[in-house]
Design a protein around this ligand. Structure first.
Ligand SMILES: Cc1cc2nc3c(=O)[nH]c(=O)nc-3n(C[C@H](O)[C@H](O)[C@H](O)COP(=O)(O)OP(=O)(O)OC[C@H]3O[C@@H](n4cnc5c(N)ncnc54)[C@H](O)[C@@H]3O)c2cc1C
Length: 426
């Protein structure tokens, strides 16, 4: 008996099209399949080839602090002046970004930070467990490790400046240990000496290969009878339906008839959401990675540079340096210097780092200005569902989002208040 059959509710099966086969869409598709629905997953690329291809591979309950914190406004001039800093804005994109940026700054008010961090924590709490049934189904349990990660502070000033972040984490009950230099090096012997402090988060995990993880999950989905379509979605057909959902998702190759639709197209979701009657203020925080297939050093756990905003994660096929934020929209060409500068920083972290072979990458985080994802039913069409905007946390919240969307589709109690993640909250 398949897992899908074992979990099927009686008489409620629907034809559901999930748009987007990133880590979020694949997890949504698997959870819907477990409920016995006939699921079609459609993507113009192969599974996991969007933002899910090159992320930092970290799955962490510590991510309860929104990107916009009090004082962010004061950092904007520096961002504009330093194209290689941890946060950068493309001048040419500023006029289009302005409405998003205003909401982003509004989200940095202390009361908002508190509200948002509570809403993030509510999602993080079930994040790891939600992967379990999907990994079991895919036979990929070994792909997730839970050995913690460590944030490194280079100077006393950096550590002092981080106290508001750590206070939010402590208020949310995140497990963390502040480590003096000698304990930091005992924890992670690959690190250079001389860093001021480390903050170790023992409950954080990571996957040994974030791209292969999506592919294994997608393979399990098709093995269980799901349909994977490689097509561009152009829009929706509402003719002949009852208004609760489009009657078909329209692709470049023709219509895919459906009873319900889930939009999980990552940073590209906004245009399709508009066609479904919603207008979420979604934009993108572009991020870069430099992958080192033969790094010559082997950190035990992911190491986060708090100063430069990137993580160094040990993967099964090398060391991944990933992170930073560039606000520049979906169309601008990558600025590869932003990936190269990661090498300069990482060399100081890991003595002996071999940077002769490098693979640079740029990806588009799907980002809402309040750092909260959209996990929602439609306001206009009740059988249109939305799962995008996961920003920095798409991998870690993917399985949890899938489970919650399946609850919404089934009309089950999700066990938590989903109002903070509504598509029409702005
Ligand atoms: C440098 C970097 C580091 C990161 N590190 C981490 C980390 O350590 N941990 C973490 O949790 N998150 C991390 N993230 C964020 C994470 O990668 C994203 O939040 C996540 O991948 C988003 O997944 P998604 O499925 O929503 O989007 P995507 O993976 O982008 O998938 C969206 C899919 O939709 C498809 N699509 C779009 N439009 C259409 C259309 N019209 N028709 C058909 N298909 C369409 C695309 O082809 C794409 O495959 C990082 C991101 C970056 C850039």
């Amino acid at each position: 008996m398949t897992v899908a059959a074992a979990q099927a509710p009686s008489g409620a099966a629907q034809r559901i099209v999930v748009i987007g086969a990133g880590v979020v869409g694949v997890c949504v598709a698997l959870y819907l399949q477990r409920d016995g629905h006939a699921v079609t997953l459609v993507d113009r690329q192969g599974p996991g080839e969007g933002a899910s291809f090159g992320n930092g591979a970290v799955i962490g309950e510590e991510s309860v602090v929104p990107v916009a914190m009090p004082g962010i406004l004061g950092k904007v001039p520096g961002m504009l002046l330093d194209p290689l800093g941890p946060l950068a804005i493309r001048w040419s994109y500023l006029p289009r970004l302005a409405p998003w940026l205003l909401r982003f700054v509004a989200a940095s008010r202390p009361a908002e930070v508190e509200r948002i961090s509570i809403a993030l924590k509510a999602l993080m709490d079930g994040a790891f467990d939600a992967f379990k049934p999907l990994l079991e189904l895919a036979g990929a349990e070994a792909m997730l490790k839970r050995g913690g990660w460590v944030g490194v502070y280079e100077t006393e000033d950096h550590f002092a400046a981080a106290q508001p972040y750590l206070e939010v984490q402590r208020r949310r009950g995140v497990a963390l240990d502040v480590l003096p230099p000698e304990e930091l090096r005992q924890l992670e012997p690959a690190l250079a000496p001389g860093f001021h402090r480390g903050v170790y988060y023992p409950k954080v995990g990571h996957t040994v290969n974030n791209f292969r993880l999506v592919q294994e999950l997608a393979a399990a989905f098709t093995r269980e009878g799901g349909t994977l379509c490689r097509q561009e979605v152009r829009g929706f057909d509402f003719a002949g339906g009852d208004g609760a959902a489009p009657s078909a998702v329209v692709t470049e190759a023709g219509p895919l008839p459906c009873d319900a639709v889930v939009l999980a197209a990552g940073a590209w979701s906004r245009g399709l959401a508009r066609q479904l009657g919603e207008n979420p203020p979604l934009d993108t925080e572009r991020g870069y990675h430099m992958h080192l297939p033969n790094p010559g050093v082997a950190p035990r756990i992911p190491v986060y540079s708090t100063t430069y905003g990137f993580v160094s994660t040990p993967l099964e096929h090398g060391l991944r340096l990933a992170g930073t934020v560039e606000l520049g929209g979906l169309e601008a060409a990558p600025n590869w210097k932003r990936a190269e500068v990661l090498l300069t920083h990482a060399r100081r972290f890991f003595p002996g780092l071999d940077t002769r072979e490098t693979e640079p990458w740029m990806g588009h985080r799907p980002s809402m200005p309040d750092s909260l994802p959209v996990i929602s039913r439609g306001r206009r069409h009740r059988k249109a569902f939305f799962a995008f905007g996961h920003g920095h946390c798409g991998l870690m919240l993917s399985a949890r989002s899938g489970k919650l969307i399946a609850d919404l589709v089934a009309g089950r109690d999700p066990g938590m208040d989903l109002a903070p993640y509504r598509v029409d909250r702005f």
